[in-house]
Design a protein around this ligand. Structure first.
Ligand SMILES: Nc1ncnc2c1ncn2[C@@H]1O[C@H](COP(=O)(O)OP(=O)(O)OP(=O)(O)O)[C@@H](O)[C@H]1O
Ligand SMILES: [Mg+2]
Length: 159
């Protein structure tokens, strides 16, 4: 199932994040790909804030992984950007356990850890448009995410 939402402002992106958080479940895997500066970390922040996480959520580029333990759902934020040129055997740093874990796992630059991404995740490609708006292209093969896309479609139907 596919869905495209245009985000004209940060408020729109926050609204996407809020709705993703509302329907988040343990074991969810959300991948965020797209241009540099497109809004991947911005979306992750709004998801985290909407989950009720009070810590500052920032780009984990220099950490690769940040875990925000929280009830009822923890947020595991992976940024694979720095793993681009790393050999597969050296990427074995426990990310798979986190991805298969029981939180919401949000992954920036999933292409660089392609072999670890479950086929049934929810993928979002965020594209930066010429007018400054962002296209959020959602795509998933898994029915466990269909209701999330239906809900987002409803929220943005008049946008
Ligand atoms: N509609 C919008 N949605 C999201 N971010 C927006 C929007 N309009 C402007 N921005 C700005 O774009 C920037 C997005 O930066 P962000 O760090 O989220 O990008 P990123 O995709 O994580 O980049 P990187 O690939 O470097 O990790 C922020 O400065 C944000 O304020
Ligand atoms: Mg980022």
């Amino acid at each position: 199932m596919k869905l495209t939402i245009i985000s004209k402002t940060i408020d729109d992106t926050n609204k996407i994040g809020e709705n993703l958080a509302k329907l988040a479940f343990r074991g969810e895997v959300l991948t965020l790909s797209g241009d540099l500066g497109a809004g991947k970390t911005t979306l992750t922040k709004s998801i985290g804030n909407s989950l009720g996480i009070k810590d500052e959520i920032n780009s984990p580029t220099f950490n690769i992984l940040k875990c925000y333990f929280h009830e009822p759902i923890s947020l595991f934020h992976i940024d694979a950007y720095r793993l681009e040129d790393v050999r597969p055997e050296q990427k074995d740093i426990g990310l798979e356990e986190v991805i298969e874990g029981n939180g919401l796992c949000v992954i920036e630059w999933p292409a660089f850890i392609d072999e670890m991404i479950p086929f049934d995740s929810l993928s979002v490609e965020i594209l930066l448009n010429d007018d400054g708006s962002r296209s959020f292209n959602f795509d998933t093969l898994s029915p466990k995410y269909f209701h999330i896309l239906e809900a987002l479609k409803e929220v943005f139907k008049n946008a």
